[in-house]
Design a binder for this molecule. Structure first.
Ligand code: AZA
Length: 294
């Protein structure tokens, strides 16, 4: 046997960093980090020789020290700094994968104004970054949104699809649409951390644009399908972010089924009389795509 590939590191490293501003307001960032290293490390697997293993605990300590000595925002910059650290520090490491999940702490409004140091978790939605620093190849970065749960009570259709002896689904021109957005956008490759630093304004703008475009398109489009709606989202993000090369969406279709209540004294609750529905945990549709520049 041979070792075809290997990477290792510390997952689920949680960190919080506070920024104490001169105007007495404070900003907080909370993230969960995973680093995984690749390189001349096979001997640990194949020969029980740990000489070249930068312990996962060392990687955890490195995450904390790097967060203390560097900005943690935008998360793309922090990921690039952290990944490049391993390439610069350990000659035998050829790739460092850094995955970051940023959790939401939205500043509270108290007495009609933003509170200086109080925040709330206004959803399970997260901002994500996957970065890979590769020796001699710079840094690739994918940014994203995950867990953004949305629903519209109408303004969604699905008709004109293929029908055959296996098809039961009725066509609809008015349905509930709910999905939990997982979106991602791939940046052009960066040659160095310096290059990432130079572009750092682009990351927050792209995330804000992508989130706004996703929500607005979801709400405004009388969606003919999840497929078409996600395509409209992706092409708008490419338009808004010139340094983004590709946009990905993975959208579950979280179904709400009509409940026929006609057994109860002929109660009408289907079609245009439908008001009470059964939200479905599973199965769910899953629609995925990658959109690039033509
Ligand atoms: O938007 C949708 N796309 C589909 O492909 C599909 N299939 N069933 N319902 C669906 N809704």
């Amino acid at each position: 046997a041979q070792l075809a590939s290997a990477r290792y590191g510390k997952d689920n490293v949680r960190l919080y960093k506070v920024q104490r501003n001169s105007d007495q307001t404070q900003d907080v960032t909370e993230m969960t980090v995973c680093t995984l290293l690749e390189g001349d490390i096979a001997a640990s697997w194949t020969h029980a020789d740990n000489t070249n293993i930068v312990a996962t605990d060392t990687q955890k300590q490195t995450i904390y020290v790097t967060a203390k000595l560097n900005p943690v925002n935008p998360p793309e910059l922090f990921a690039a700094i952290l990944g490049q650290h391993y390439i610069d520090t350990y000659p035998h490491i050829t790739a460092a994968h850094v995955d970051i999940i940023v959790h939401r702490w939205a500043r509270m409004e108290v007495d009609g104004k933003p509170h200086p140091h109080s925040f709330l978790r206004d959803g399970a939605e997260t901002r994500t970054v996957q970065a890979v620093a590769r020796r001699g190849e710079g840094i690739s970065i994918r940014s994203g949104i995950k867990g953004l749960l949305v629903l519209k009570s109408t303004g969604s259709q699905f008709w004109g699809f293929h029908r055959d002896e296996y098809t039961r689904l009725p066509e609809t021109w008015d349905r509930i649409l709910s999905t939990e957005v997982e979106a991602g956008w791939h940046w052009k490759r960066f040659g160095s951390v310096e290059e990432v630093k130079k572009d750092q304004e682009s990351f927050n703008k792209a995330w804000e644009d992508a989130r706004r475009i996703t929500l607005e398109t979801f709400a405004k489009e009388n969606s003919p399908s999840v497929q078409n709606t996600m395509y409209l989202m992706g092409e708008q993000i490419l338009e808004a972010a010139p340094k983004v090369e590709a946009v990905e969406y993975s959208l579950p279709n979280k179904h709400y089924f009509e409940i026929d209540l006609s057994w109860f004294k002929g109660l009408k609750n289907t079609g245009e009389d439908a008001e009470v529905y059964a939200p479905q945990t599973d199965p769910n549709g899953l629609i995925q795509c990658t959109i690039t520049r033509s």
